[in-house]
Design a protein around this ligand. Sequence first.
Ligand code: AMP
Ligand code: ZN
Length: 451
Amino acid sequence: MSLKLYNTLTRKKEKFESLHDKEVGIYTCGPTVYNYAHIGNMRAYIFADILVRYLKYSGYTVKHVMNITDVGHLTSDSDTGEDKVEKEAKLERKTAWEVAKKYEKAFFEDEKALNIKRPDTVVKATDLIQDQIGFIKKLEEKGFTYKLDDGIYFDTSKLDDYGKLARLDVEGLRAGERVVIKGKKHKTDFALWKFSPKDKKRDMEWDSPWGKGFPGWHIECSAIGLKYLGEQFDIHTGGIDHIPVHHTNEIAQGEALTGKIPAKIWMHSEFLRIGDSKMAKSEGNIVRVTDLGVEPLAYRMLVLQSHYRDPLNFTDKSVRAANTALKNLRNDILELKKFDKAAADIYQFQDAMNDDLNTAKALASIYSLIKEAKKNRQNTTQDILDLDKRVLGLDLEREESIPENVQELAEDREKARKEKNWAESDRIRDEIGKLGFMVEDTEEGSRITKK
Ligand code: AMP
Ligand code: ZN
């Protein structure tokens, strides 16, 4: 089976055919660095990481580009409100530059903890202001822009099929129009360049042919994609919230400038939910990688246990269960190492991944491989660990080192159990728990893992 990927643009799973032989260009919309990323955000980056890893595993050379939004993302997606980074800077009594730097650093630390590989090229929006100005100038020359008091806007009515990615009901939207920004010709029009407010000094602002200001949120991705990946590249990724506005507008800008849709395949990962709502800073329900209470890779495991196009519900219980599953997998690997070496049949894994990156099924195939190997007393770890290193990224070879005192307590507990002294066995279990370890009773005896 060859690789199939779901393309939001066509709403179909399509056979993947790269534009340039074995070379694949991928663009990922990066974080807005106005605060710590939450684990919902990180789901989008784990997804992009799996995509890149699996394409490489499948023999492609991948050029992965990601932006860092350090300017231009306003508190509302419809070009109103404050710049998120400037707003946070005021709260923290820092400059916007300091805030952006602080949270960019934290973001890459979280990525590292989750075994997400750093994209080949990472570009800050503020690194490429002149390219963005150049892009807007060309759109202006082609007649796609108009000027308002607060900035330069893109006229979406100039494109015949604006909104095709999201299948937007453009007519309906325009009929029910409520003008948020004075003078905006159509509700779907969006800012390319915003002027600095007259009454406030921004930390981040630049001169432009239209006046001092800063770029709109969408133009950064268009300019960075064009510069590093060309007029059309293979795959563009982001979260599903990017479909109706951000990616729709990237497509509009790209098509207006070059006549081409910037990417052939548009892939979107679903939300991480908590309770009944999406995890979001505005909902006040965010969890960071560092707040999990279990190792970060347990969260990676949780994410991989579901398909990226399915919503995923986060609970303490689910991440703890993923943590146990991860530790058990590592212990299984250790156990298999006792047997004689043998090759594993990894076709099921590949089939699952080829089917639009079905990591849940791919993990299930690893479980079957392990079960089979245990039954036949075969050491198939070499192949399994290869899949882990190259694709899953769960550090399955990490040995859970159990300190000697914990080991001794476990032996005492085994003795108590044999003597059917349940009270003592429970007491020791609690003691082991206090030391940060868990005891599980399996068919093959008790097993200790780190909490
Ligand atoms: P931002 O930092 O707001 O620009 O968002 C970074 C990425 O996180 C984007 O790809 C969003 O689509 C994604 N995202 C935001 N909230 C969630 C969530 N609750 N679950 C999954 N992805 C999310
Ligand atoms: Zn973007």
